[in-house]
Design a protein around this ligand. Structure first.
Ligand SMILES: N[C@@H](CCC(=O)N[C@@H](CS)C(=O)NCC(=O)O)C(=O)O
Length: 228
């Protein structure tokens, strides 16, 4: 691939999943910060890269990509190891959970963090967030009990790069109330081991996420980015 990959990112945004995968597999890339304070993700220049006005986007020699899971899957076609190969026994299991994380867990979390996308009054916001918080907890129970062998912190992959931030954000956004990763022992243990990898420390340090970014998260410092 001739053109260097350019990841448009903001600290502690969904771009974190892609950064973890890029760093884990030493994939050459440039980082392009998106200034959320000035809503740069809605600027005409950024909308030409991602018409949804959302972070991340990845510029490639074949054009810009958006959607975190699609970017991870695209990278896995070029960099073996991110996903099990198409003809392997593990491929179906990996695809199943990658899509589930994208269209179920991540989508529910996004609504939990952005209730204003759905309702306008404070009472409605509280009601919607209560329901979405329960939904996230139910979904985490599903993956805790049913997730496959890929939930292995020792084996970095597209799947674990996507999972770890999804375990982090509900502890912080909108306020962390009603969420305790320790209620999910398998996922909690995964987070504790995952965050000891050098590539994770590198990304967490760069984004100001602290020393236990997944098992015991704290707000980003400096706080210029957030998953919300
Ligand atoms: N499904 C999208 C969701 C991306 C997303 O929600 N990004 C958030 C940050 S985590 C964002 O850009 N928020 C800014 C906004 O809504 O204006 C993906 O995975 O790429």
């Amino acid at each position: 691939m001739s053109q260097t990959l350019r990841l448009h990112y903001a600290p502690d945004n969904a771009s974190l999943c892609v950064r973890l995968a890029l760093e884990a597999f030493a994939i050459p890339h440039e980082l392009v910060p998106v200034d959320r304070a000035s809503r740069a993700q809605k600027s005409p220049a950024y909308l030409r890269i991602n018409p949804n006005g959302l972070i991340p986007a990845l510029e490639t020699a074949h054009g810009p990509l958006f959607e975190t899971a699609a970017i991870l899957l695209w990278l896995s076609d070029i960099y073996p190891g991110l996903m099990p190969p198409p003809d392997s026994a593990e491929r179906g299991e990996a695809l199943k959970w990658l899509f589930w994380m994208s269209n179920t867990l991540q989508a529910t979390e996004r609504l939990l963090f952005h209730p204003d996308d759905l309702v306008t009054t404070e009472a409605a916001r509280r009601e919607v967030q209560r329901g979405l918080r329960e939904a996230v907890n139910r979904q985490l129970t599903v993956i805790e009990l049913s997730g496959g062998d890929w939930i292995d912190a020792a084996e970095p992959s597209a799947l674990t790069a996507m999972l770890a931030p999804l375990l982090r954000w509900p502890a912080l956004y909108p306020d962390g109330d009603g969420y305790n990763l320790a209620d999910y022992p398998r996922l909690h243990r995964f987070a504790q081991v995952f965050e000891t990898h050098d590539f994770v420390v590198t990304v967490a340090t760069s984004e100001g996420l602290g020393t236990t970014p997944f098992s015991a998260p704290s707000y980003p410092n400096p706080p210029q980015g957030s998953a919300t």
